[in-house]
Design a protein around this ligand. Sequence first.
Ligand SMILES: Nc1nc2c(c(=O)[nH]1)N[C@H]1C(S)=C(S)[C@@H](COP(=O)(O)O)O[C@H]1N2
Ligand SMILES: [Mo]
Length: 544
Amino acid sequence: MTALTGVAGGAVAFGVAEIVHGLYPLVPSLPVAVSQRVIELTPGSLATEAVGTVGKAATPILLVMVVAATLAVAGVLAVLSRRSPLAALAGVGLLGAIGLVAAFSQPAISVPVTAVTVAGALIFGVTVTRSLLTRAELSEGGGVQEPAEGQSGEMQGQMEGVRRRDSGPGNEVSVGRRGFLALSGGTVALGLAAIGLGRLLSGGSSAASTETASLSSASGGSTTGGAASLDKLPPPPASASIETPGMPKLITPADDFYLIDTAVSSPRIDRDRWTLNISGDEVSNPIELSYDELTSFPQLEADITMSCVSNDVGGGLVSHGRWTGVRLADVLAEAGIRQGEIGKASEQLIGRSVDGWEGGFKTNIAFDGREALVAFGLNGDELPAKHGYPVRLVVPGLYGYVSATKWLSEIELKPWDYDVYWIKRGWAKKGPVKTQSRIDTVSKDDELQAGTIPIGGVAWAPTRGIERVEVSTDGGESWNDARLATQLDVDAWRQYVYEWDAKPGEHTIKVRATDGEGETQTEDEAAPIPSGATGYHTVKVTVA
Ligand SMILES: Nc1nc2c(c(=O)[nH]1)N[C@H]1C(S)=C(S)[C@@H](COP(=O)(O)O)O[C@H]1N2
Ligand SMILES: [Mo]
């Protein structure tokens, strides 16, 4: 019962803080801030397991665990408070300190308002717990005070006086207890409801952040007075798509684009206050660009298939975007960084996010001819919040964990021996995308009808392109050339289909792709860690 008073106080404190966060974004959400720290401080394999492979997206479970653990501690503190109120208060102070430290490591926060919020929430919570505790003592018939014998008559008198008002003859005490339980339970519910309200107000973890404005109306012409040119791509030719059930769309709609990051919720960034810093020990002209300055470089659209190193063979952590952005090389040139003049201290380009996450790759890659972008648009719209609004990096041919920094705020040139987030956690230093292919039109254990069955899907080898895709329907003993859709771009995945004349029986279907350099993907099976999964996607089906 006593513990419940602490849980109630804790829930109210969380609720108060969360509502303030909902109303005033510069106060971070405490559960989110703490969860974020937990993720950051959990090294290596543990993070990989708990957060999922390479930064598996927002984990509501972790949020719930953080809240539950804090409430449990609050319960223990309430019990402790009966023996040693000071120790309990110290405990509350410690909880507050943890919340503050976590909050201060969040991007975009107002320090004074956050401090006042945390203090206010704690006072609220402690007050609620104390008043509930007082009632608990009453409803338990004052049974708490062991030292009652030695208490002064005056004190006893007070207690009796109060108690008399509360309890009468018969089962009054148990009614009091029930009433107390209802009151505390109600308070817990109120606190949790307040947390919910706060999350609603702030747009929740990710659900409400899907609205995006069209790029043409949001940037370019309107903000820069038409100065920025945009080199748009023509719509993909019909021949680039193969219409068959189960085939993924050639350009992945933003809502379906795979999602991977370590952020518990997407940072909310005010584009008008956002800046991109470019620096480094050897950078001759460090600069800070506003959004308008960034978008005044020549703009282009580029078709780039992006994938995650932790994608399993046949997995879904790969998508194709038509990105709008400016050339990374142009932006670097503005800071005085030029091809052929990249020294040891600038060998690695670090993309840093507002939340501190970093990716890093060889600076040369920005200049080797591929369309590495500082991107601000996806499929004609501005970037969705969860995909990096307002600005991110997109580099063809590199897995996301080394290159595709979302919520980009800094580019820093560093020596190669500097290790970024996932490198410290055991993933490969370089992350070139391996040639891969996937079967989409049939899946494991499908029961199919004999006749013509289209075996189709996508193959990708960004920067190299796909030259050939073969399908085997006998477990790899013989191979058939698939029909290929037109290659949209060497950086884009390419659709294929093989019209299979299926006979009854059990069949093992495999696919393999050959890249534009004539290299066929390896059959050797490897797990995603450390440098990306390999092997042929294999699907067993039954034909009746
Ligand atoms: N700020 C930030 N950027 C990030 C990450 C991250 O955790 N934080 N994850 C990277 C990884 S591992 C991948 S695969 C891609 C995924 O981008 P997407 O979620 O838009 O598909 O983003 C990269 N950029
Ligand atoms: Mo990734």
